[in-house]
Design a protein around this ligand. Structure first.
Ligand code: PEP
Length: 258
């Protein structure tokens, strides 16, 4: 059995203002605490918009909640003339432990390429924040049967210049674009195929200890009703959840998939 701790991360995207954030995180924490959830057995992470982070920090610190929180993006730069960007150092000051980088919505809408994703992931690591590096193919690539080579090329590009010590600290989220927000979830076998290929490539690029350490998540229309079958796959170590993470009870049920 793997020693990797499963990770459930809820990407709220551009939803929930700071008051709504407080309400959702409170309800999530209460639901999990009532269920006597073992937070060291399955990590629960919320990923709100930047403007919610300070409120979430106050709540988590004030009530000593075991829920971790992340940012949806991070700048590749430390400081300076980058209007509108948020640095990893600023996020670290807010107690942020994870940063999603290279989400397909940012790759598409903001033309982020692998080199930029790698730079953002490195900036996160340098500030002690774990990057959740998103990869995954679109529908055309899937129809052509090229999902594995396509996704592995993204993994390599998004880890360009990483040494083994840095690579061992990242989380990779396999998110087939055709499954994001569509209600069309990949089959457990589809998820396993690509997640296992990612792990095998990490062993080739680095070594087996890096491959064993890195958590590989699946993302794309995960719900409480389908999470268990996906999590039963040996190379799937958690989920990056969009729509279903906006409701506290539903996300709590995903965290408690076992
Ligand atoms: C996501 O945004 O990362 C995602 C997986 O969304 P959804 O769960 O809504 O498909």
């Amino acid at each position: 059995a793997s020693t990797r701790t499963p990770l459930m991360a809820g990407n709220w995207k551009m939803n929930l203002d700071h008051l709504e954030a407080i309400s959702v995180v409170q309800k999530l924490a209460w639901t999990l605490q009532d269920a006597k959830h073992d937070f060291s057995a399955v990590e629960a992470v919320v990923v709100p918009p930047f403007t919610d982070l300070r409120s979430v920090q106050t709540l988590v610190d004030g009530d000593d909640l075991k829920i971790a929180y992340g940012a949806q993006d991070v700048s590749a730069h430390e400081s300076g003339a980058y209007t509108g960007e948020i640095s990893a150092g600023m996020l670290a000051k807010l107690g942020v432990s994870y940063a999603v980088v290279g989400h397909s919505e940012r790759r598409e809408q903001h033309h982020e390429d692998d080199a930029l994703v790698a730079a953002k992931a490195k900036a996160a690591l340098a500030a002690g924040i774990t990057p959740i590096i998103c990869v995954g193919e679109g529908l055309d690539v899937r129809k052509a049967g090229d999902q594995v080579p396509y996704t592995l090329a993204q993994v390599e590009g998004s880890l360009a210049g990483f040494d083994a010590e840095q690579a061992a600290k990242v989380v990779i989220a396999y998110e087939p674009v055709w499954a994001i927000g569509t209600g069309e979830v990949a089959t457990p076998e589809d998820a396993q195929e690509v997640c296992a290929a990612i792990r095998a490539r990490l062993a080739e690029l680095y070594d087996s200890s890096v491959a064993e350490a890195v958590r590989v998540l699946y993302g794309g229309s995960v719900k409480s009703s389908n999470v268990a079958s996906i999590m039963a796959q040996p190379d799937v170590d958690g989920a990056l959840v969009g729509g279903a993470s906006l409701k506290a009870e539903e996300f709590a049920a995903i965290v408690r998939y076992q």
